[in-house]
Write a protein that binds this ligand. Sequence first.
Ligand SMILES: [Zn+2]
Length: 145
Amino acid sequence: MCLTIRRTCVCGREEAQFMHRDNILPKSILVNLYCPSCRSQASWDGDCMTEDNGWVLEFDIEGARFLMWHKGLLDEVTPDFIFDQGYCSWNGMTPHDLEERAILHAELAPLLNQDRLAYINALKTTMLERVHDLKAAGWRKAQNI
Ligand SMILES: [Zn+2]
């Protein structure tokens, strides 16, 4: 089960939702989260940081390696690996994906009472457009969809 974990960025302006695949890594594995406004405060270190569309994630990479090896995961553990394989990654495709999807669902909800098929089609179109937009915007998790 993947629980949603909410994290606030270093400047406190933004909150992101995370999921941790198989709950192997604890919340503390993400040492710092920088939003596009506060990423300038991060001194970039590719050994423990990765980046997605302006956001910077700083991991306790030694801790992650220890925990993953302990679980028998013998892959090379890098910040990209942790993020791309979902061991500590956005819950959804972006930091706010779940909230934004919920808003889109709510906007279409009135249609559900009028015409169920139209609702389903509108939802499908809206979600496809959304994935297309996220992909074009450069979000990593949207690239392989
Ligand atoms: Zn920030």
